[in-house]
Write a protein that binds this ligand. Structure first.
Ligand SMILES: N[C@@H](CCC(=O)N[C@@H](CS)C(=O)NCC(=O)O)C(=O)O
Length: 221
């Protein structure tokens, strides 16, 4: 049995969920508490996602995807798929914190949407929201400095164009007529923040992106 230890809103976890949904592999979810992550006491790795597959514990989303692909999905892996999975983890994902948490006010509003009713008690929910809205804009600023992001929205939309022109190249999916795990990973990362206006902005910007995203949605959720 596969168990995914995750945060629902984490793009790296969403990437794994999209692949598992696409290949229709059953799995259980354990939502990890951001307070101490006690659900991960069985491993020293204190980041999500973590996957348990029987007795195996796999950490780091790229390794988890590789494990799922080798054991279950069996998509072809070549230099091109490797190049794009690196682009997802090393470029695309870095635009999300600056877009979602540019300042305290926007971050607070977005945390309201990220935290589901009943996910935490009333007081804990408020603490998570406020603590998150204080911490995440700092993370976003660090990310901008580290990855030389000047205008997050402009550069994100350029990344979306890169995906459609160089990745999809006029095909229905990166994988051609059918999606492969690169489609699942791009979709998963972006679907993690579909409620926060990021996907809507990308869809308004690019018709090719909107068509691809809408094609993926029923297959990967
Ligand atoms: N390189 C890791 C990144 C995972 C990651 O940064 N996860 C975040 C959530 S989006 C996390 O667990 N943060 C908790 C922490 O750093 O304390 C992967 O691909 O799995």
């Amino acid at each position: 049995m596969i168990t995914l230890y995750q945060f629902q809103s984490c793009p790296f976890c969403s990437k794994v969920r999209a692949l598992l949904a696409f290949i229709k592999e059953p799995y259980e979810i354990v939502e990890v508490s951001p307070f101490g992550m006690k659900e991960l006491d069985f491993t020293d790795h204190k980041k999500v996602p973590v996957l348990k597959d029987g007795d195996e514990v796999i950490v780091e989303s790229a390794t988890i995807i590789e494990h799922i692909n080798n054991k279950y999905a069996k998509f072809t892996v070549d230099d091109k798929t490797k190049e794009w999975t690196d682009w997802i983890d090393q470029t695309l994902v870095h635009y999300l914190p600056p877009l979602i948490h540019p300042n305290f006010k926007t971050s607070l509003r977005n945390f309201q949407r990220i935290i589901k009713p009943g996910q935490f008690g009333w007081l804990k929910g408020k603490v998570v929201r406020f603590a998150g809205a204080i911490a995440m804009p700092k993370v976003a600023r660090k990310m901008k400095d580290k990855y030389n992001i000047v205008d997050a929205e402009k550069e994100f939309l350029a990344a979306i164009d890169h995906w459609t022109t160089e990745g999809l190249k006029g095909n229905e999916f990166f994988g051609g007529e059918k999606p492969n795990y690169v489609d699942c990973s791009v979709f998963g990362v972006l679907n993690s923040c579909h409620e926060l206006g990021v996907v809507k902005r990308a869809m308004q910007h690019s018709k090719a992106f909107a068509l691809w995203y809408n094609r993926c949605h029923p297959l990967m959720t």
